[in-house]
Design a protein around this ligand. Structure first.
Ligand SMILES: Cc1cc2nc3c(=O)[nH]c(=O)nc-3n(C[C@H](O)[C@H](O)[C@H](O)COP(=O)(O)OP(=O)(O)OC[C@H]3O[C@@H](n4cnc5c(N)ncnc54)[C@H](O)[C@@H]3O)c2cc1C
Length: 802
C-alpha cells in the first residue's frame, strides 16, 4: 500500500465504484450538501461496464416513478454541461419502436397509452412514417410504430466526467486505483471499510459496484443477487445513407436495437437466451476489457439485422462488441438501503438500463442516504424483494440469460419464467401437482395459478386460455367451497411483554384488542405512506402472529426490527416456513369444516380466530376472507398441511388457484400491496380508514391527520366495464371528459358479476360516474363505483346441513 497523505480516515458517505451509478450518486450527494463524500474505484472511472455502453436513453418504463427516474436523467444530461462546462454528449433524436406482429401492435399501443399517463410524449405512426424517419430500414413487414421524440443517447464517459466535475466542485473527492477489500459492521450497522489505501470510518456506504455487487455486498453480510451476462452489439464502419445522428430504432420482435455510430451502424441485441458469465472470468483487474466475440451466438441476430437493414450486407464490420452487464432474477435493478445492514445503500444490478436510469437512480440513492428513505415509491427495485434462495450461484446463472432474453419480449399477462424454477415449494406442492396445477413463480415459491388441461397455454392480450378454468374455480368458491394455498404469506411472531405497545406504535390500527381477535392493519412511514399491510392474530397477552405479503417478509421484518426500541421487551421471529395456511372459502365451508371434525369453528365471529382440530392436527383458524366468500384461513404446521388438505378435500372442498383468488379479491375490492398499495399511497386514499385507529399514537399519524384535513385527491374506486370482451390488465389511463383523471391499478374478469372489473385511483370520483379506460388506445366505457363490485349481503356460510 502506498500511503497517500490526502486519503481521508473518515467520510460521511463512501461511494464504492466509479461507473455511472457511483458517479451519479456522488454528484447528487455533493449537490445535497454532503461535501465530504468520497468515491473509491479500484481501477479507473468508467472502466467496468459503463465505458462500453450503447448508452441509449429511452424514458418509458412500466411505472410512473421508474419512468420519472429516466426523465430526470434526460433533464440532467441536457443541463450538466451548462453547470460543469463538461459536455455529456447528449443527442436527442428520439426513438422509434416498430411492430411487425399484431400482438406487438397491441403492446406498443399499450405503451403509448402508458406514455400519455406518465406525461411522456409518444405518438403512433404508420409504417410509411416510420420509414421516413429511418430510410435505411426494410419496412416490408412493419405494421406500425411508436415515435418518442424526447429519447436520446449520451456518451457514457463524458457523462461520468461531467458528474465527477460537478461533484468535485462541491468538495467531493475521488480515489482511483483504490479497491475496497472489506466492509466493517457493528451490531448490524456500517462503521467503516478497508481499502487498499487504508481504512475509512463511515456510517454510510453506497455500493455501486455493478456486476461485482454480489461479492461487494457479501462483505457487509448482505445478499444481492446480481449476476453477469454477455451483452452484444455490432459496430460497422461508415455506411452510405447515414448522414448524421438518427433516432434509435427498436425492432423488438427481432430482438434488435439500432442506431448510427460515427457514420456507421450500431446494432445491438437482446437475444432470446443470453449467455451467463462464469465466476472468475471478471476478476478485479477486469478494467476497460471486453469478452471474446462469439459469432455463432450472434448469428441469428445477424440474420435478423440483415433483413431489417439491407445496407448491412455491404457494410464493413468494425467489431462485434461483447461486454458484461449485471442482471437480477426479475429484470429490475437494486436501489435503496439493504434490509440486513443499516447504512449499506445499494445502487447496482442495472439490467442494461444503467445509463438511462443512472441520473435519476443516483439522485434517488443520494436522497435515500440523506433523508433516510427513497424520494418516491420504487418497490420494484427494493433490495429486500429477493428471498434467500435467489442468492444461489446456480439459480442466478440459470436465470439471467432468460432475463436478458425477456428484455424485449411482450409482457403478456400470465407470462412466466422458464428457468430456475422449483426453488421453493409450498407444503401443499404434492397435492397441487396431483390436482393438475399450472404453476407460477412468486418470490421463489411455486404457486398454483389455476388447474386445468395439460400443456402451457398460448399467451395473448385477449381472452386468456385459462379463462374458463379460472371461472370454474371461482364458481366452486362462490357456490360450494374452494381451497386456496396461502402458505406463502410471510409469518412473523411478535412476542414479549411489550408486544402490544410496540405493535400499536408501528401499526395504524388498534392492536391491543383482546386475544382471539384478528386485526387488519397498515404499517405507515412518517409521511403517512403505506410500508406494508398485514393481518395480525393475537394469541394471548404477549403473543401475536403477523401475516404479511409473500414478497414483503424481508422488508417487513427489517421495518419491525428497526422500529423496536432497545428498551422494549419484544422478540421478532420469522416463522414463514413453519406454517402452512389453507383458505377454505365458500358457502359450504361450515359443512366441510364440520365434516372434517372442526365444528367449533362455526362459533367464531368475523375477524376472530381460534383453535380447532382437523384430521388430528391442531390448527388455528381465522374467520376472514380475501375473496369475498365466507370461510377461514386455517394455519397448521407445514408438515401437517397434507393431512388437513386431504380432510377438507374429502369433505367436498376443491382447489382453486392464484388467478381465481386475484379475480375475486378485485371484485370484492380487497387491495394488494405492490399493485393498489405502496409507499406513495395512504390508507385514506385507498379507502382503508377503517384500519386506522386515530386515538392511538402510531407512526405516520401526524402526516395522515394533515392529509385528512386536505381536500381529497386521488381516491380508490371500482370500475365496471361495459364491454364484457375488454381485457384490462391494470396500469391503464382512465379518462373523463377527454382528460386523464387516473389509472387502473389491478384488473381482471369478475366472474361473479360477469364483466371485467378494475380498481383505479382517480382524481374525481362519484358513484355512477361514466369514465373510459384506455386499453391499447381503445377507449372502453366503464362506470365508477365507490363500493366493491361484488359485496354480497352476507358473505355468509349456509347454516350447517342446509
Ligand atoms: C453492450 C452493452 C450495451 C449497453 N447499452 C445500454 C444502453 O443503451 N442504455 C443503458 O441505459 N444501459 C446500457 N447498458 C448497461 C449500462 O452500461 C450499465 O447498466 C451501466 O454502465 C452500469 O453502471 P454501474 O455503475 O452500475 O457499473 P460499472 O460501470 O460496472 O461500475 C462499477 C465499478 O465498480 C468498481 N468496483 C467493483 N468492485 C469494487 C471494489 N471492491 N472496490 C472498488 N471498486 C470496485 C468496478 O471497477 C467498476 O468500475 C449496456 C451494457 C452493455 C454491456
Amino acid at each position: 500500500m502506498t500511503p497517500r497523505p490526502d486519503f481521508p480516515n473518515h467520510a460521511s458517505v463512501v461511494v464504492i465504484g466509479g461507473g455511472v451509478m457511483g458517479c451519479s450518486t456522488l454528484y447528487h450527494l455533493a449537490k445535497m450538501g454532503v461535501t465530504d463524500a468520497v468515491l473509491v474505484e479500484r481501477n479507473e472511472l468508467t472502466s467496468g461496464t459503463t465505458w462500453h455502453s450503447a448508452a441509449q436513453v429511452r424514458a418509458l418504463r412500466s411505472t410512473k416513478n421508474m419512468t420519472g427516474l429516466i426523465r430526470y436523467s434526460i433533464d440532467l444530461y441536457q443541463s450538466l454541461e451548462a453547470e460543469t462546462g463538461q459536455a455529456t454528449g447528449w443527442i436527442q433524436k428520439g426513438s422509434l419502436s416498430i411492430a411487425t406482429t399484431p400482438e406487438r401492435m397491441v403492446h406498443i399501443r399499450r405503451q403509448e397509452a402508458l406514455a400519455h399517463l406518465f406525461g411522456v410524449r409518444a405518438q403512433s405512426v404508420s409504417a410509411a412514417q416510420a420509414l421516413e424517419r429511418w430510410p435505411l430500414m426494410n419496412a416490408d413487414d412493419v405494421l406500425g410504430a411508436v415515435w418518442s421524440p424526447d429519447d436520446g443517447r449520451v456518451s457514457p464517459s463524458d457523462l461520468c466526467a461531467a458528474l465527477v466535475k460537478g461533484a468535485k466542485a462541491k468538495g467531493a473527492r475521488i480515489f482511483e486505483n483504490t479497491g475496497v477489500t472489506g466492509i466493517i459492521t457493528d451490531g448490524g450497522k456500517i462503521t467503516g471499510l478497508e481499502t487498499t489505501l487504508g481504512p475509512i470510518r463511515t456510517d454510510a456506504i453506497a455500493l455501486c459496484t455493478g456486476l461485482w455487487s454480489r461479492d461487494g455486498a457479501a462483505m457487509a453480510g448482505v445478499s444481492v443477487p446480481v449476476w453477469p451476462c454477455e451483452h452484444y452489439y455490432l459496430l460497422t464502419r461508415p455506411v452510405d445513407g447515414i448522414t448524421g445522428n438518427m433516432p434509435t430504432l427498436s425492432d423488438h420482435d427481432q430482438h434488435l436495437y439500432i442506431r448510427d455510430d460515427s457514420g456507421g451502424l450500431l446494432v445491438g441485441c437482446f437475444e432470446p437466451m443470453g449467455k451467463a458469465i462464469s465466476p472468475g472470468t471478471l476478476g478485479e483487474n477486469f478494467a476497460f476489457q471486453l469478452l471474446p466475440e462469439d459469432w455463432d451466438h450472434f448469428e441469428p441476430m445477424m440474420v435478423n439485422a440483415l433483413n431489417r437493414l439491407p445496407a448491412l450486407e455491404t457494410a464493413e464490420v468494425k467489431t462485434l462488441l461483447n461486454g458484461p452487464e449485471s442482471f437480477t432474477p426479475d429484470g429490475s435493478f437494486v436501489l435503496g438501503e439493504a434490509a440486513e445492514t443499516r447504512g449499506l445503500f445499494l445502487g447496482c444490478g442495472m439490467n442494461s438500463v444503467g445509463i438511462a436510469t443512472g441520473g435519476g437512480a443516483g439522485m434517488a440513492l443520494a436522497k435515500c442516504i440523506v433523508d433516510g428513505h427513497l424520494p418516491m415509491d420504487l418497490h420494484e427495485v427494493d433490495p429486500a424483494r429477493f428471498p434467500a434462495c435467489w442468492n444461489d450461484a446456480a439459480a442466478l446463472a440459470a436465470r439471467v440469460p432468460e432475463v436478458l432474453g425477456k428484455h424485449y419480449e411482450i409482457t403478456y399477462p400470465g407470462r412466466q419464467w422458464s428457468t430456475a424454477r422449483h426453488l421453493r415449494a409450498t407444503p401443499l406442492d404434492a397435492a397441487w401437482r396431483a390436482a393438475g396445477a399450472h404453476f407460477g413463480q412468486f418470490h421463489g415459491w411455486e404457486r398454483p395459478l389455476y388447474f386445468g388441461a395439460a400443456g402451457e397455454p398460448d399467451l395473448g392480450f385477449g381472452r386468456p386460455a385459462w379463462h374458463d378454468a379460472v371461472g370454474a374455480e371461482v364458481m366452486q368458491a362462490h357456490e360450494r367451497a374452494a381451497l386456496f394455498d396461502q402458505s406463502t404469506f410471510g409469518k412473523i411472531r411478535v412476542e414479549g411483554p411489550d408486544a402490544a405497545t410496540f405493535l400499536n406504535r408501528v401499526c395504524a390500527n388498534d392492536m391491543t384488542r383482546a386475544p382471539g381477535h384478528a386485526v387488519y392493519s397498515a404499517m405507515l412511514n412518517s409521511r403517512g405512506g403505506m410500508e406494508s399491510d398485514l393481518t395480525a392474530l393475537r394469541f394471548d397477552a404477549v403473543t401475536y402472529r403477523l401475516y404479511v405479503g409473500t414478497a414483503a417478509i424481508k422488508r417487513d421484518l427489517a421495518w419491525l426490527r428497526r422500529h423496536l426500541r432497545s428498551d422494549e421487551r419484544v422478540a421478532i421471529t420469522d416463522e414463514t416456513d413453519r406454517w402452512a395456511v389453507i383458505g377454505l372459502m365458500g358457502p359450504d365451508a361450515a359443512d366441510i369444516a364440520g365434516a372434517a371434525g372442526a365444528r367449533e369453528l362455526n362459533a367464531l365471529g368475523y375477524f376472530r380466530h381460534g383453535p380447532a382440530m382437523i384430521a388430528g392436527v391442531h390448527v388455528d383458524a381465522a374467520r376472514l376472507s380475501y375473496v369475498g366468500e365466507a370461510g377461514w384461513e386455517i394455519t397448521c404446521p407445514a408438515a401437517d398441511a397434507g393431512k388437513v388438505y386431504a380432510a377438507l378435500y374429502d369433505a367436498g372442498a376443491r382447489p382453486a388457484g392464484v388467478f381465481a383468488q386475484s379475480a375475486m379479491r378485485m371484485e370484492k375490492r380487497f387491495l394488494a400491496y405492490g399493485h393498489d398499495l405502496d409507499t406513495d399511497t395512504d390508507p385514506l386514499m385507498a379507502g382503508l380508514e377503517f384500519a386506522v385507529a386515530w386515538d392511538t399514537d402510531f407512526i405516520g399519524r401526524d402526516a395522515l391527520l394533515k392529509k385528512r384535513d386536505r381536500p381529497p385527491g386521488e381516491t380508490m374506486v371500482t370500475l365496471l366495464l361495459d364491454n364484457r370482451e375488454a381485457w384490462p390488465l391494470g396500469n391503464e389511463p382512465v379518462y373523463a371528459a377527454g382528460k386523464i383523471i387516473g389509472k387502473t391499478t389491478s384488473a381482471a374478469f369478475g366472474y361473479r358479476i360477469r364483466r371485467p372489473v378494475a380498481l383505479a385511483y382517480v382524481n374525481e370520483a362519484a358513484d355512477g360516474m361514466r369514465v373510459a379506460i384506455d386499453i391499447a388506445r381503445e377507449l372502453h366505457a366503464a362506470t365508477v363505483s365507490l363500493a366493491a363490485a361484488y359485496d354480497p349481503q352476507g358473505t355468509r356460510m349456509r347454516p350447517r346441513n342446509s
